[in-house]
Design a protein around this ligand. Structure first.
Ligand code: G6P
Length: 356
């Protein structure tokens, strides 16, 4: 097992560092920059009128992100927790039900996909695992090609899921104008992730806040699922309390918990309306003495109000989500490492949960 870690202390860290390669593999032969085309074979012809994305855990955060991609393309889309699928409105007409699962074996997701088939929907799985039950049972498969992931906490496969969902929405539902801007951003992703890995200040931030009472994560739009994922990662491997919020929601209740012992990680991308509003949320928590860690590309004035900055290269909001997430993975890893947790096999958790 030691040799499998290639010199890293943990599989999780190794897998975080494997992301540039995993992303290149996910995109290989699937994007063509000159012509701004995306080629995922027959899947490009699916043409869904509506999309339901079902998943659990980290994959559910990818589902929330994917639903936004489709909605931005004008396709009605919903992310649904797989174990709540029975309560969702049934799929109609040409709807596509997308099951997102690293393992392709999660019982809750599998049973939602089976239910979708019973309801007459077409099913597609976005998975890392060739030959998995979902791969075999669904009408279609989009592989994320991340390579094996050993650490229980999903890292490179989340990046792969977000990237593959971009391919799916671009190939089926988004126009050529969008492709012309997003394809280059996808091409740049691996290099940008490498820059973060080479220069991240996450270990310094972890050192500063490893004794915090609670950790909050906020983000808007495409950064909302990343805030949720940042909190989940930290909970899973550090056993510390963390919560992720849509940035605008914090003031509607949970702000009551914020004080000088609750560092707030705020993801701020670009300098548009969303970024400005999140900067406003930063000011709200700062006024309650919360330490602020801005995960930002430096385009807005978020840095002025932050105690620490985790920098990401400039990108489109949707691809910046992958980049911001890398910084949060590193924060979770370093906090858990400082606390001496069992990072690759956290207590109570399994890599794949095959019971409902
Ligand atoms: C388990 C794992 C999580 C994972 C979830 C979904 O609970 O501990 O890390 O996100 O299952 O797994 P899947 O293989 O369906 O993506």
């Amino acid at each position: 097992e030691e040799t499998g870690k290639s010199g890293y202390d943990h599989f999780m860290l190794k897998e975080i560092y494997e992301q540039p390669r995993a992303l290149r593999q996910c995109l290989r032969g699937r994007i063509e920059e000159q012509t701004a085309t995306v080629d995922i074979g027959d899947l490009g012809g699916l043409n869904p009128t509506g999309v339901q994305l079902v998943a659990c855990g980290t994959s559910y955060h990818a589902a929330k992100y994917g639903a936004q991609l489709f909605r931005d393309a004008g396709v009605s889309a919903q992310a649904l927790l797989a174990h709540e699928y029975a309560t969702a409105p049934p799929p109609i007409g040409n709807d596509l039900v997308v099951g997102i699962s690293q393992s392709g074996e999660t019982a809750d997701t599998l049973s939602a996909l089976r239910e979708a088939r019973r309801r007459g929907a077409r099913t597609l799985t976005v998975t890392n695992t060739v030959g998995s039950t979902m791969d075999r049972e669904c009408d279609h498969t989009l592989y994320i090609r991340s390579g094996p992931e050993i650490g229980v906490a999903a890292t490179k496969t989340f990046a792969g899921q977000l990237t593959a969902l971009n391919l799916l929405s671009l190939a089926t539902s988004e126009g050529s104008n969008k492709r012309r801007t997003v394809v280059p951003a996808l091409r740049d992703l691996a290099g940008h992730v490498q820059r973060i890995l080479d220069s991240s200040a996450a270990s310094t931030v972890a050192e500063q806040y490893d004794d915090a009472e609670s950790y909050f994560f906020i983000g808007r739009g495409y950064q909302h699922p990343v805030a949720l994922e940042g909190a989940l990662k930290l909970k899973e491997i550090s056993y510390e309390h963390a919560e992720g919020f849509a940035a605008g929601e914090l003031k509607h209740g949970s702000l009551a918990l914020v004080d000088e012992n609750t560092p707030v990680f705020a993801i701020v991308v670009g300098d548009g309306e969303k970024a400005q509003k999140t900067v406003g949320n930063i000011k709200e928590v700062e006024a309650r003495d919360a330490p602020v860690v801005a995960v930002t590309d430096g385009q807005s004035d978020a840095e002025r109000y932050a105690d620490h900055v985790l920098t990401i290269p400039e990108s489109r909001p949707r691809t910046a989500a992958v980049l911001a997430n890398v910084q949060l993975q590193l924060v979770a890893y370093h906090v858990a490492d400082r606390l001496g947790r069992s990072i690759d096999k956290p207590r109570n958790l399994a890599k794949s949960v095959t019971v409902e």
